[in-house]
Design a protein. Structure first.
Length: 254
């Protein structure tokens, strides 16, 4: 059986008009159960304490119930004025659009994201790089780089299919990926059946910013996979998610 395929993009996302996300904070939160909601709010730096989350557990507040609450309703379930106001103000931004992956552009944001996900301190250059012999004129234009990156990815997939004897691994070009904080189409998504396995980002330069965007894309890939799973699949004890990220300029691959 042949693998699903699509035509490669004529250029990477850096030459496309930045796509505005249509997903909002409410879209992310509304289907969360109580523990998922607590984990989500914990990461938002709202100065909440474990005692506040105990109230969430006691009242079994889910994402949809959370979005319907006001400051007064938070006070009535036992939260003090400070956290009640913070949560109510946070809910006011429910219709705010998620950021696009390509909007992450500064080294300060890279440092913040690395600290958040505890990825290799603040130095990406110590990560082992794959440095192939460059093809002639790989710096000529974006389309040439795209062809080079696509060739490397297809060669990689050919090796992987042979090793694991799995034909249903393929590249999806300009795949829509949505996480808790950002949403956009990614340059290359490697999939097994319908599950995302790897996100590859092509950049003309500035591999550090490509790495920042790729981290956010991987966070989105986790949530994209999770949304497609049944309850039985999502709560299997032996269920683990591993994702691989690739950033390439056409000459350097990280």
């Amino acid at each position: 059986m042949s693998s699903p395929s699509a035509s490669p993009p004529s250029s990477t996302s850096s030459t496309l008009t930045e796509e505005r996300s249509t997903r909002t904070m409410a879209d992310v939160v509304k289907n969360l159960d109580t523990e998922e909601l607590i984990n989500y709010l914990w990461k938002k730096n709202l100065k909440l304490k474990e005692s506040h989350f105990k109230i969430f557990r006691k009242k079994e507040i889910t994402g949809s119930a959370f979005l319907d609450r006001t400051e007064d309703r938070f006070r009535r379930i036992g939260l003090a004025l400070g956290p009640a106001m913070a949560l109510a103000k946070f809910i006011e931004g429910r219709d705010q659009k998620l950021r696009s992956f390509s909007s992450y552009k500064t080294l300060e944001e890279l440092k913040d994201v690395l600290r958040k996900y505890k990825v290799n301190g603040e130095d990406i250059m110590s990560i082992k790089q794959f440095n192939p012999e460059p093809l002639n004129n790989t710096n000529a234009n974006e389309a040439t780089r795209c062809v080079f990156i696509t060739s490397i990815l297809n060669a990689f997939l050919s090796i992987v299919r042979r090793i694991i004897n799995e034909e249903k691994i393929y590249i999806s070009y300009q795949k829509a990926v949505s996480g808790e904080e950002a949403s956009e189409r990614v340059d290359y998504a490697i999939k097994e059946n319908e599950d995302l396995m790897c996100i590859a980002e092509g950049k003309p330069r500035n591999v550090e910013i490509g790495y920042l965007q790729n981290i956010m894309q991987l966070e989105g890939a986790y949530h994209t996979n999770k949304k497609k799973r049944t309850a039985d699949e999502a709560f299997r004890d032996d269920d683990y998610d591993y994702f691989y990220g690739i950033v390439s300029t056409g000459i350097h691959i990280l």
